[in-house]
Design a binder for this molecule. Structure first.
Ligand code: ZN
Length: 306
């Protein structure tokens, strides 16, 4: 190698190193700047939150789109002063995800969440989180429908074509579910950014199929339903599974899927969860629909993909 060749060789090596360094730097910076700050709240639930929160956290974190923190409330039955330390700083996050179903939160926390969402924050409600707080009026407006008795409020279903049917309180059943099973999900708004690109019908991994949810049901935008078959203890109606509601400048995204960690491992559940969380936080969806997705006849768990 003569001196010219040597210079050329070192030049190439140097350019390569600089390229890698700048790639790493821009990659790191972009990732930090782009990451959506998520706060998961758990600590009480009639479900195994110690098992399900890690599934939710991993599902969000593996996209690299989110920076996830978890705040755990005091356990049920703890003295009131233990709750003095539970004052989440919602404003530090782009979106709050509730995996909580338990005691009422202190009033300052309730007011703080109301201000946060009405001011433009995102809220995501997973499964039994919609069972919580029947006495908190603003929370019920945010979730639209919750696990309540038939005398609590309106009930919403759709016909087979997706036309929304609203029933007044005491008409039809209150909240319940039949036996857990795999069931078909029908996307009702395929133009919506969260649902765009997701197959119109696909099989969800074994879960509770909630029915008869009740609430103020105002401004509900139903994104997906499932048919609740009599044969599994259901209502013979198309029940809402995924919906969103505007609340002031913010958005509340609810999925009633997610009874067990196994249900949450459904690729369909995870896709909707990460895209819904991104959407309420940023008003956009960049996260892709995985190439391997459940079909109209077969479920798909992340355990099957790995
Ligand atoms: Zn459940």
């Amino acid at each position: 190698m003569n001196s010219t060749e040597l210079r050329g060789f070192f030049g190439t090596v140097l350019a390569g190193i600089l390229g890698i360094v700048s790639l790493l730097a821009s990659g790191t910076c972009m990732q930090a700047a782009d990451q959506i700050r998520v706060l998961i709240i758990d600590g009480q639930n009639n479900h195994d939150w110690r098992k399900t929160t890690p599934v939710l956290k991993a599902c969000l974190a593996t996209t690299n789109r989110f920076k996830v923190n978890v705040i755990t409330t005091p356990e049920n039955g703890k003295p009131a002063e233990d709750w003095n330390g539970f004052r989440p700083r919602f404003a530090d996050y782009d979106v709050v995800l509730s995996n909580y179903n338990g005691q009422s939160w202190p009033e300052p926390v309730q007011k703080s969440l109301e201000e946060y969402v009405s001011g433009g924050g995102g809220l995501v409600i997973v499964h039994a989180a919609n069972n919580a707080f029947p006495e908190w009026a603003e929370y019920n407006k945010m979730i639209g429908l919750g696990w309540r008795g038939a005398d609590y409020g309106a009930r919403v279903t759709t016909d087979k074509d997706g036309k929304v049917i609203l029933k007044e309180k005491n008409q039809g059943p209150g909240a319940g579910h039949g036996s857990q099973h795999d069931f078909a999900v029908v996307i009702r708004d395929r133009q919506h950014p969260v649902m765009s690109g997701i197959p119109g019908e696909w099989m969800h991994v074994k879960d509770e199929l909630y029915h008869g949810q009740r609430g103020p049901a105002a401004n509900m935008n139903i994104l997906a339903t499932a048919f609740s078959a009599k044969s599994t203890g259901g209502t013979d109606e198309h029940e809402p599974m995924v919906w969103w509601i505007p609340y002031g400048k913010g958005k509340v995204f609810t999925t009633v899927f997610g009874h067990g960690d196994y249900s949450m491992k459904c690729v369909g559940f995870q896709t909707i969860l990460v895209r819904g969380t991104e959407w309420v936080a940023t008003d956009k969806v960049t996260l892709p629909v995985p190439a391997k997705f459940p079909t109209a006849t077969a479920t798909l768990s992340i355990d099957d993909v790995k």
